[in-house]
Design a protein around this ligand. Structure first.
Ligand code: PDD
Length: 296
């Protein structure tokens, strides 16, 4: 297979998946009446690919099923079928390192109506690949800088919906402030980053918000906490304030697209000596080592 052209930051000429078909990206079309388009009535997953292999597939498909169930979207995940689609996309696009994006909508009722369409309305299922330098992300060396912003998202952040306008606004606020990302704050406590889970480290203890409706239950989070515990690192799952974060020894984020990424500055306050923290770097190494072993 010929290498797929990749211009600047954008993949071109991809083969994408739409409702059972593999199509050139310019031929994949979704109706203007699709509820994903009109109501953001859709859920998604982002799964990382390293060495052409899929990381933590099982966790992502289980969360996809949960998101559908929570929203009453009548869809039964078939893990084998979805795995085959992921593999096909990796092969057809010659993807070595990057992500697979999956979006599933409540489908196309043929009109705009606040009432859900009948349960037997077929869902719309789209998957595509995106190339990215996940391993050699330059931010690993410098660490990320973040600002805090008020968390103005809806209150079911545990469901991975495509309502991403506010996180996108938060990201833009961060860019405008000359930093990398925003940590969102509710009642003085950090919920999570714009598209990642947030952690601080104090006196060797890793602190991250407990699970609930306020944050997404990160697949990377679950793995990283398990690896931390098996490496005898102390973990505390509880809400922490932004002041506590600014006084922390170190901080980091996790997600499928960043793995473990150090944070060195919060609202202009430098953490520790301003370089990536020891725990963050150790956890990144552990995460990569274990995930690669389990990649399929
Ligand atoms: N975002 N919190 C939020 C709000 C997220 O959007 C994400 C993931 C995470 C981390 O979850 P996981 O470890 O399962 O990737 C936490 C993806 C990467 C995205 O929207 O691109």
């Amino acid at each position: 297979m010929r290498p797929r052209p990749h211009y600047g930051d954008r993949d071109m000429g991809r083969i994408v998946y739409l409702n059972g078909d593999y199509l050139p990206e310019e031929e994949a079309k979704v109706s203007v009446f699709d509820r994903g388009f009109l109501f953001a009535d859709a859920v998604y997953e982002v799964t990382s690919v390293l060495d052409g292999k899929i990381i933590a597939f099982d966790g992502h498909v289980k969360r996809l099923q949960r998101s559908c169930d929570e929203l009453g979207i009548d869809y039964q995940v078939n893990e084998d079928e979805l795995m085959e689609v992921h593999r096909q996309l990796v092969a057809k696009n010659d993807l070595k390192e990057g992500m697979i994006y999956l979006q599933l909508t409540r489908g196309n009722p043929g009109d705009r109506d606040f009432v859900y369409p009948p349960a037997d309305t077929p869902v719309t299922l789209v998957l595509f690949t995106q190339t990215a330098n996940l391993l050699d992300n330059p931010k690993i060396k410098t660490g990320m800088k973040v600002i805090s912003v008020e968390d103005q998202r809806w209150s079911r952040r545990d469901i991975k919906t495509v309502q991403l306008l506010y996180p996108s606004m938060a990201k833009m606020a961060a860019k405008a402030a000359g930093v990398d990302d925003a940590w969102m704050i509710e009642d003085g406590h950090v919920t999570e980053g714009s598209s990642n889970n947030a952690y601080i480290v104090k006196d060797g203890k890793i602190i991250t918000r407990h699970l609930g409706n306020e944050i997404l239950h990160g697949i990377t989070r679950a793995a990283v906490l398990a690896y931390a515990k098996s490496a005898q690192m102390e973990v505390e799952e509880r809400a922490f304030t932004i002041e506590e974060a600014k006084a922390a020894d170190e901080a980091f984020i996790t997600s499928a697209s960043t793995f473990v990424m150090p944070v060195v500055e919060i609202d202009g306050v430098t953490l520790g000596d301003g370089t990536p923290g020891e725990s963050a770097l150790r956890l990144r190494e552990l995460y990569l080592e274990e995930s690669r072993k389990q990649a399929v």
